[in-house]
Each structure stands twice: as structure tokens, then as C-alpha cells.
Design a protein around this ligand. Structure first.
Ligand code: SF4
Length: 439
């Protein structure tokens, strides 16, 4: 029985896909092992958003070769679609597969006999038009379920449409079926994942469903306690969705809404589909329907043309908003994107300074949000981790809490009172009642 190991760089989508591909291998009789367990085959899933994607890919290939010098090394993922030839030149790579081919990997590379020359099987991205259902099953407490792939937007900094193709989705029936079968694996929480999740419902370029229809259907699935929406564009986060989540039994009050810039001039240069006024309105609507909701924000600093004043506009805008944390990205040029050739490039050191300022703002926002939750009673899903005798979990509104390690708590949902914030920015809790909320 050949042994296969996986390494995944990048986002939740990549994790859901690697996990699905690993199950395909297992169905064909391969044995999945750890990366260091001398595998016969390595499958490395790459990311194009990651800084230094090429360096990271080189490094993982080198590590794989050091562990199993004669193993078969195949590379898939966004970077493999964008730069198949460059990856094929990395010493030690046996095969590179594109977006349209990665799910046929087991059959395309049947036998995994190392070829004399690297195989490159990567069609044009226009060929990646079918949807491959995927979900992760690594972590018992949370599963990433892919409901949508690709993107039809054309944000000027983004390579994802080039790497993942057009927007397309699973059917509602399939997603419900997948959620039902995930529930059978004792998973308590599903995170709905996509490139542009809120754009759910396109099939073959035609709109056949809407995101709101999907979440209504999922709310009825038995056996899953929580659904979380990984990220949703502000222009697609309608009042209908916000109202539904506010009354839902299972969709948690946590939204991650990309902002990218709080300056309208920069939003236009980025070709985003909203202005800051709409963003502020969405945040206000969430908070008015769910005052305890957690709101995460993606922001890019140092986009071409972003002056000090533009950046401060973003800073002040976010500072005023009742949001809970930021994911800060430092702009970096990506080949074949309109932004890469825009004038008024921001010096790298200025980008770093701005990033630092927003990281500090993020800490401040998170602390304020946590402080507001102290004293409240919440349900926590405990994870399978241990750190100096303690374990962690998240409330439905995404407060990270800590409790004394107890194996019985793993994958259980407990009702707790949030008592104080500790120096690690996690929240201490006390159990309110010995209630274990089993399926
Ligand atoms: S919405 Fe914009 S940033 Fe997001 S994947 Fe699509 S093109 Fe990229």
C-alpha cells in the first residue's frame, strides 16, 4: 500500500480541497500519512496570495525530498495554475496540475512512477468551469465546506480569478447532502467557504439560486450545531441575510466582511463594488440586529496611490466603526494585475508602517469587543488543543476563550460565563451549568 502525504498552503478553500483529494486517494487504496512519515507520494497545494509563494513552494519541495528522496512530488493549487512552468523548474518536482485537473490527480498520475521529465498538465483557466464539491475533515470541531468557487469580479489587485476561474457553485441539494454527511462524522460546526461566497448560485454562468436560499436550507440540517459564513463581500451582504442570521437557530453572529480601504478614491482604484458609505451601513445594520455580533474586516495597506491622507481616512473610518478585529494585508504587486502597473507606488517601508498602525488598531478593537462581552453567558465549542495545561474554544460570536484542559471538553459545546481577559488576549470562563449540549 503506497503512502501519500499532503501539505497545504493558503486558505480554507485549499484545505477543503486537499482534504477531499486525500479521501480520493484513500478510496483508491493509498494510505494517508504525516509529511514526515517517509511517504511514497507528496501532494503539495500552493497558494498565489501568500507572499513569496515560489519560495515557500521551493522550501516544501526541498523538505519533501529530504524526507523521501525517491518519492513522487506533485504540485497543485492556485500558484500551480498561475505559474506551472516556473514550478516545473523547481528541482525535485515530478508533476504540476492546474485548476481543471487537480481533482483527477489520482487517475492522471496513475501509478505515480517518477517521469524522466516533469509532467505539466495545466489547461487554460477558462477550462476550470465545473464545480468540485469539497470539505475538510481534519479538525473534528470545525469543517470547511466549499459552496462556491472562482470569481467574476475584477478587483485590480487580485489574481484569484486567474487562478480559480469563473464564479460557480454547488447546488443547494448537494450542499445540504454534504452537510448531512459531515454531521455523521461528529462535526459540530461548518464554515461555509468560497472565493466569493455571497455570489453563491451561479452554474454555467446562469444564476440558479441565491446565497440566502442556501443558508435557509442549511439551517434545517440536523446534527450540525453551528454554521459560520467565512467571508462575504459588503455589496452582497443584504439586509435579508443579516435579518435571517439574527433569527437563525444555527447561523452564528459572526461576519467577516472585506473592506480593503476606507477611502473611496482607493476603493475605486481597486475596482471594488461599493463605497465606504455602504460598508458603514452594513456594519450598522448588523449591529442593530445583533448588538453582540463579531465583525472582522480585511484591509489592504499601501495600495498604489494611497497617500498618507488616504491611509488616515481608512484608519479613522475603521476606528469609528464598531468592528471587532482586522486582517491586515500589506499590498504587494502581483503579475498580470492592473494594480501592478499603477503609478504612485507606495514605498515598502511606508506600507510596513501602515500595517503596524492597523495591527495596533486591530488589537484595540478586539480588546474593546471582548470587554463588551465580559459577564455575558455564551456557548463555547472547545477544540482539540493543549497549551501549558489549558485548552481553547470559540463562542458563537468568535470570542476565543480558554479553560483548564479536560479531554472530555474536546468537541463539546458548553455554556459558560465570560469572566475576564487575560494577557494572551483570550477570555477566561466559568461554566454556568454542567450542561453538555450533545447532538
Ligand atoms: S472579489 Fe475581488 S478580491 Fe475577492 S476574489 Fe474576487 S476579484 Fe479577488
Amino acid at each position: 500500500m503506497k503512502k501519500v502525504a499532503f501539505y497545504t498552503l493558503g486558505c480554507k478553500l485549499n484545505y477543503s480541497e486537499t482534504s477531499t483529494i486525500s479521501r480520493m486517494f484513500e478510496q483508491k487504496g493509498y494510505r494517508k500519512v504525516d509529511f514526515t512519515d517517509k511517504p511514497d507520494i507528496f501532494i503539495i497545494t500552493t497558494c498565489s496570495v501568500t507572499e513569496n509563494a515560489d519560495k515557500k513552494c521551493h522550501k516544501v519541495v526541498r523538505e519533501a525530498r529530504a524526507i523521501s528522496p525517491h518519492a513522487y512530488v506533485a504540485i497543485i493549487g492556485c500558484y500551480a495554475q498561475l505559474k506551472p512552468k516556473a514550478i516545473a523548474e523547481i528541482p525535485g518536482v515530478d508533476a504540476v496540475l492546474g485548476a481543471a485537473e487537480k481533482f483527477r490527480l489520482v487517475e492522471l498520475l496513475d501509478g505515480f512512477v517518477r517521469p524522466p521529465q516533469t509532467k505539466v498538465i495545466a489547461s487554460d483557466i477558462a477550462e476550470a468551469s465545473s464545480f468540485n464539491s469539497s470539505y475538510s475533515l481534519h479538525d473534528r470541531t470545525r469543517t470547511f465546506l466549499k459552496v462556491q468557487d472562482g470569481c467574476d469580479y475584477s478587483c485590480s489587485f487580485c489574481t484569484i480569478p486567474l487562478a480559480r476561474g469563473e464564479s460557480r457553485s454547488d447546488s443547494i441539494e448537494n450542499v445540504v447532502r454534504a452537510a448531512t454527511s459531515i454531521a455523521e462524522s461528529d462535526v459540530r460546526e461548518i464554515v461555509l467557504t468560497g472565493v466569493n461566497t455571497g455570489d453563491f448560485g451561479l452554474q454555467g454562468g446562469k444564476r440558479v439560486a441565491r446565497f440566502i436560499d442556501l443558508i435557509r436550507a442549511l439551517d434545517e440540517v440536523d446534527g450540525i450545531d453551528r454554521f459560520r459564513i467565512s467571508s462575504i463581500e459588503p455589496n452582497l451582504l443584504t439586509d435579508e441575510i443579516i435579518d435571517f442570521v439574527s433569527t437563525s437557530r444555527k447561523f452564528v453572529p459572526h461576519f467577516h466582511v472585506p473592506l480593503q480601504s476606507g477611502c473611496n478614491k482607493i476603493l475605486k482604484l481597486m475596482r471594488r463594488r461599493y463605497l465606504r458609505e455602504l460598508y458603514a451601513e452594513r456594519v450598522a445594520n448588523i449591529k442593530s440586529a445583533m448588538p453582540h455580533a463579531c465583525i472582522g474586516v480585511d484591509v489592504i495597506v499601501g495600495f498604489p496611490g494611497e497617500t498618507d491622507e488616504d491611509f488616515l481616512e481608512t484608519y479613522r473610518f475603521i476606528n469609528e466603526l464598531p468592528v471587532s478585529y482586522l486582517h491586515v494585508f500589506t499590498y504587494s504587486e502581483r503579475e498580470n494585475t492592473p494594480a501592478a502597473t499603477m503609478p504612485d507606488v507606495v514605498p515598502v517601508s511606508t506600507r510596513a508602517d501602515r500595517s503596524k498602525m492597523l495591527h495596533i488598531l486591530s488589537d484595540k478593537k478586539r480588546r474593546k469587543f471582548y470587554e463588551e462581552q465580559i459577564g455575558s453567558v455564551s456557548k463555547v465549542l472547545f477544540e482539540n488543543d493543549i497549551e501549558e495545561g489549558m485548552m481553547h474554544g470559540f463562542t458563537d460570536n468568535y470570542v476565543r476563550v480558554r479553560a483548564k484542559y479536560d479531554p472530555l471538553l474536546i468537541n463539546d459545546i458548553r455554556k459558560v460565563r465570560l469572566t475576564s481577559i487575560n494577557h494572551n488576549m483570550t477570555v477566561e470562563v466559568e461554566e454556568v451549568e454542567q450542561e453538555v449540549l450533545q447532538h
